[in-house]
Design a protein around this ligand. Sequence first.
Ligand SMILES: [Zn+2]
Ligand SMILES: [Zn+2]
Length: 109
Amino acid sequence: MTYDDKDCDWFCDNCSVYMNNQPGFTTSSDEWTCTECGYVNDVSEDNIIDEDDNQGCSEGYSDGFTCINCQQSLRGGSRTLPWEDDDNAEAYIICPHCGCKNIENGDED
Ligand SMILES: [Zn+2]
Ligand SMILES: [Zn+2]
């Protein structure tokens, strides 16, 4: 990591190649000519894309889960912990879209 890449990963707007490791790469002049395709990229602060904005934070337990029945996200579904119902050995999430019960596997800590 060098001081002049603004701590960002830079990719060519034209050919999407990773530019930080191109010979002599610098953002000091606010533009960089891609050595792969010759496209002049804007590498100024204004052009920094905050990837966190695109992906969002994973706050919820169920962000990574999709319903086994309708394949929609289980975000917002109600979760039942193991044995909370007295007879369920595994936690499950009720799909907020179709009501299907989704068993949580491989998460037994
Ligand atoms: Zn390029
Ligand atoms: Zn569903």
